[in-house]
Design a protein around this ligand. Sequence first.
Ligand code: BT5
Length: 244
Amino acid sequence: MTEVSEIYSWKWIDYKELGSTNDEAILLSKSENKLIVTSRVQTKGKGRLGRKWESFEGNLFMSMLMSWPFSENNALVFITGLALQQTIKKVLPQADVKIKWPNDVLVNDKKISGILLETGEQEKIVVGIGVNIKKSPKIENIIYPTTSLFEEGINIDRVDFMKKFISSFEEIKSIYLKKGMDKIVKIWQAEAKGIGEKIKIKLLNKEETGIFRGIDNNGRLILNVNGNIQIYNAGEVFFIGKKN
Ligand code: BT5
């Protein structure tokens, strides 16, 4: 049965089964605002660029629908990524929990969550979040190893995790509203993997290797290629290792 309730001043609808929580939140964006959509089962989970998000029952699939200035979408991606990383770090204090640019969270170098931002109606934004709580996919076409909280040693319920996440999200969002993107960039960079190290960035028809210098105020990746600074707003990052 679909359950409707309230959580930290958000309206929350928990479905039994949906294709994609993002699609449902987009549909509801005509009439709703400040809404969280979750589903126990997700049959058509979406990643970025038409990729698939493997969705096992027991994992968290949630979409936050909110009013947010379109020009500040990037900030929202980084606020969400940070909030996820901090929540996972809280529940797995012994693990190495890092953000992989732009928005994946890695636990001990394995992907545990992903974020997909989409636009709804009337300038509303949908922030889709997938977290492997109980199980992660082990399939061949995955470009990065994966894990789940359970596989890393913590047995937590998706709703308990979600509550912790929302509280962390509200906290980081208020830092952004008070102090701006400069502050978010600083905190984000301290939690990101590979800064100051050699990385490869792959685009559809190009790849480049250089030293990862951090991100700018639009969240774009700064790469130093033999002394020349290059800026990327998309691409898949691979970590090569230390500078020397
Ligand atoms: C993402 O895309 O990481 C964004 C995922 C967002 C999923 C949430 S679930 C709730 C909401 N409703 C939706 O329909 N979507 C959102 P991307 O960076 O493109 O990564 C996708 C890639 O990650 C895939 O091509 C696989 O390689 C890998 N992958 C797929 N499922 C995974 C999983 N469960 N855990 C870890 N990696 C996965």
